[in-house]
Design a protein around this ligand. Structure first.
Ligand SMILES: O=C(O)CCC(=O)C(=O)O
Ligand SMILES: [Fe+2]
Length: 280
């Protein structure tokens, strides 16, 4: 007898935490450890800083259209569909453009990184940027999605792209064993839509194979998720969100006029009990 892979996705209810205020390193560690699935901090960073980052994005000479099949514009570098050599080389060559997103501002992403590093250090855990012989990851990348269908960014997970990235990636170790956490700072949001939608489903490799997204984790067919409950995060500029990137998530359609949707994004996770890596 052969066992057929189940067509119905297994439901894993996410643990969600939403509040207004200042983000604490303890709750970031709870997401890293898998105790919280999604954390939404409203007004988590300064709105003036958010506006200035948005202006710096628009005039950034390193602003590019994505050419990897995901509709959007970006500054920085993505490991999606790349091997380590190409990813780290692009991280090095875009470092100045990422720095130009902040100009003379105090960088809120770097601030969070340094605070988390101090807290983890007291627990005997090291936090650092991922690196290889080809270079070192950037602190973040800036992303603005432009999908024209029901989703500005289609349903995906953030794990497949790391799992399939090749053996010379030290960060593949995170995806094999631990939670890949996505950290997002929302710099600009449209008046309507652009919600971050998270479904109650954490796909396995077999699930990915069954949907034809084994190496990319993108895009899951809408029909696959029809019977799966979801939660929408209604985001505003100045908000911070962290999610377990292993859960399927997407960005809903956004109003075409008015403000664009812009976020700063990076990933982090335990590569070993005493090491947390950070990459884009
Ligand atoms: O734009 C968002 O809110 C989510 C971004 C995301 O899922 C990603 O960059 O992988
Ligand atoms: Fe994602």
């Amino acid at each position: 007898m052969t066992t057929q892979p189940s067509k119905t996705p297994a439901i894993s209810p996410p643990v969600i935490s939403e509040r207004t205020g200042a983000i604490c390193t303890a709750e970031i560690i709870s997401v890293l450890k898998g105790d919280i699935t999604a954390l939404h901090i409203k007004e988590g960073f300064n709105i003036e800083v958010a506006n200035q980052i948005t202006a710096n994005f628009m005039r950034n000479p390193g602003l590019k259209e994505r050419s990897d099949g995901v509709p959007g514009q970006y500054v920085g570098s993505s490991h999606y569909r790349r091997d380590a050599a190409a990813y780290f080389a692009e991280s090095e060559s875009t470092r100045a453009s990422v720095a130009a997103l902040f100009g003379t501002l105090v960088d809120p992403v770097r601030g969070l990184f340094e605070a988390l590093k101090r807290d983890l250090h007291t627990q005997g855990v090291k936090l650092r940027l991922a690196r290889s012989a080809h270079g070192q990851a950037n602190i973040c990348r800036a992303l603005s999605w432009s999908g024209a269908g029901p989703y500005a960014l289609e349903a995906h997970d953030d794990v497949a792209q790391v799992l399939c990235a090749g053996r010379d990636y030290e960060l593949a170790e995170v995806a094999r064993k631990n939670t890949v956490v996505a950290l997002n700072f929302y710099a600009s949001m449209p008046e309507q839509g652009g919600n971050l939608r998270i479904w109650s489903h954490k796909p396995t490799t077999a699930d990915r194979k069954s949907q034809g997204v084994e190496t990319t984790g993108y895009p899951y067919p809408i029909s696959y998720l029809e019977a799966v409950p979801y939660h929408d995060f209604n985001l505003k500029a100045g908000d911070i969100a962290l999610i377990d990137g292993g859960f399927i998530h997407a960005v809903t359609r956004q109003s075409a006029r008015g403000k664009r949707r812009l976020l700063l994004n990076c990933f982090l996770g335990f590569a070993a009990p005493d090491l947390v890596l950070w990459w884009t």
